[in-house]
Design a binder for this molecule. Structure first.
Ligand code: GDP
Ligand code: IMO
Ligand code: MG
Length: 422
């Protein structure tokens, strides 16, 4: 497959890591194009079970080059810890490179993230992962950011931090936190350079070569469109763009290089953090989805909010991303339900919406449902379309029809091989 973006089609945690791990078996390059270690991408394969935060899910293919692209923000300490965990499982990481243009999540960013969240009252709270993602991207946009490439120029880094740190410390102290010391930060930066420096390169020639010679390149997104900075449920969003258009920017290639866009979508819906989620189930059915689907955050361990599949949100995702196909995950989680619902519209006052409205209106929306009988049989062992129970096939066909995109993969378990390739 030429250049393929694999992106989240809902509120995140759709199973992107699982799909990228499978596709990466035959990929030459896998690039994370946005976000930071707020991601929790679960991969279960012959090496074990991993919750990857920053390392691309292609790391298990020893010959694939893995790149953390310019669109990402990188916490060096957390990345080093993650690399050590992956290596301890016997997985080589020598093929992992970091763009010198990617921004550093500096130690003051998670501190500010936590202090800013604490200072927000009630509904203003976003429920961030407290990984410093928002403050790091804010500094990038405001041109106060430190980039990985800056770490190899100690004088330049000192000069930049002498300017930046007093501003950061003013905000930290104003919010009740303890200021950080310049020399300590410079010390830590020296350590990062020593341990990560050889991986920090200009990744563009590698990407150009791979695309130019028609290699199989995967672009791995973080989170999902409903948390996109521009198109998600602002302000309850992340601070980057998980949509496929940003894959080209974050990885460093022209948009015309992208040939396939796979939207990863759960057979139902989940969301972590605040903000509108009309098909959310605040009852025992939601609890059942959470228990059977083990819906707890891979990064924060928080309970994920659970609900029915939202076809309106999915159509929105399909348009914004230009899905050429979708991968439906966690079908097996629905195996025991008597009835399954699909949200096909929203009711807001006396108005009916068949598109996603902006946040304030979205918060008031009530779901309109289609009702489907459950298939009450295990899908777990199915490896072909025909092996799926008839009810499951009807449900999947309906999802595909409502979204207007063909299904390329159906995942029926967390393990690599528990997959139906259409
Ligand atoms: P990501 O952030 O999009 O990579 O998704 P997460 O890893 O955060 O969440 C997906 C969760 O579902 C993980 O615990 C996966 O191991 C698990 N998972 C993925 N696909 C399937 C599936 O088809 N069936 C089941 N039961 N679990 C799955
Ligand atoms: P993956 O890649 C689910 C959510 C947070 C919060 C909002 C902003 O595993 O799908 P941030 O820390 O980014 O400033 O938080 O986004 N969030 C995620 N939810 N999966 C993730 O990553 C997430 N990364 C951030 O809960 O609502
Ligand atoms: Mg996740």
């Amino acid at each position: 497959m030429p250049v393929t973006a694999v992106v989240g089609a809902q509120w995140g945690d759709e199973g992107k890591g699982r799909i990228v791990d499978w596709l990466a078996q035959h990929a030459d390059m896998v690039i994370r194009f946005q976000g930071g270690d707020n991601a929790g991408h679960t991969v279960v394969n012959q090496h074990g079970k991993f919750a990857l935060h920053m390392v691309p899910s292609g790391v298990f293919n020893p010959v694939a080059k893995c790149i953390v692209g310019a669109g990402c923000v990188v916490n060096p300490d957390n990345l080093l810890e993650e690399l050590a965990q992956v290596e301890a499982a016997g997985v080589p990481t020598g093929n992992l490179f970091l763009s010198e243009r990617a921004h550093v999540v500096m130690p003051y960013h998670p501190v500010l993230d936590a202090l800013q969240e604490a200072s927000r009252s009630g509904k203003e709270q976003i429920g961030t992962t407290k990984r410093g993602i928002g403050p790091a991207y804010a500094d990038k946009a405001a041109r106060w950011g430190i980039r990985l490439g800056d770490l190899r120029h100690p004088d330049w880094l000192r000069e930049r931090l002498e300017n930046v740190l007093p501003r950061k410390n003013r905000e930290i102290e104003e919010l009740g936190g303890a200021p950080m010391m310049l020399e300590e930060l410079l010390d830590r930066a020296r350590g990062w350079q020593e341990r990560l420096g050889r991986r920090v390169v200009d990744t563009l020639p590698m990407v150009q070569h791979a695309v130019g010679t028609d290699r199989s390149v995967l672009l791995e997104g973080q989170l999902g469109v409903m948390r996109d900075l521009d198109w998600g449920t602002y302000p309850y969003v992340t601070s980057s763009n998980p949509v496929a258009a940003f894959a080209a920017i974050g990885a460093g290639m022209p948009p015309t290089a992208l040939k396939h866009v796979i939207g990863v979508v759960k057979a139902y819906a989940t969301s972590v953090g605040a903000g509108p989620f009309p098909s959310e189930l605040d009852d025992e059915v939601g609890e059942q989805l959470r228990t059977i689907g083990h819906e707890y955050g891979a990064t924060t361990g928080r309970k994920r909010r659970c609900g029915w599949f939202d076809a309106v949100a999915l159509r929105y995702a399909a348009w914004l991303n230009g899905f050429t196909s979708i991968a439906i995950t966690k079908l097996d989680v629905l195996d025991t339900f008597d009835e399954i619902k699909i949200c096909t519209g929203y009711k807001c006052g006396d108005q009916v919406y068949t598109h996603v409205p902006d946040t304030r209106t979205y918060e008031e929306c009530e779901p309109i449902y289609e009702h489907w009988p459950g298939w009450k049989a295990s899908t777990r062992e199915a490896r072909t379309w025909d092996e799926l129970p008839k009810g499951a096939r009807l449900y999947l066909r309906r999802l595909s029809e409502l979204v207007g995109v063909k299904v390329a993969f159906i995942s029926v378990g967390a393990e690599r091989e528990e997959l139906i390739v259409m």
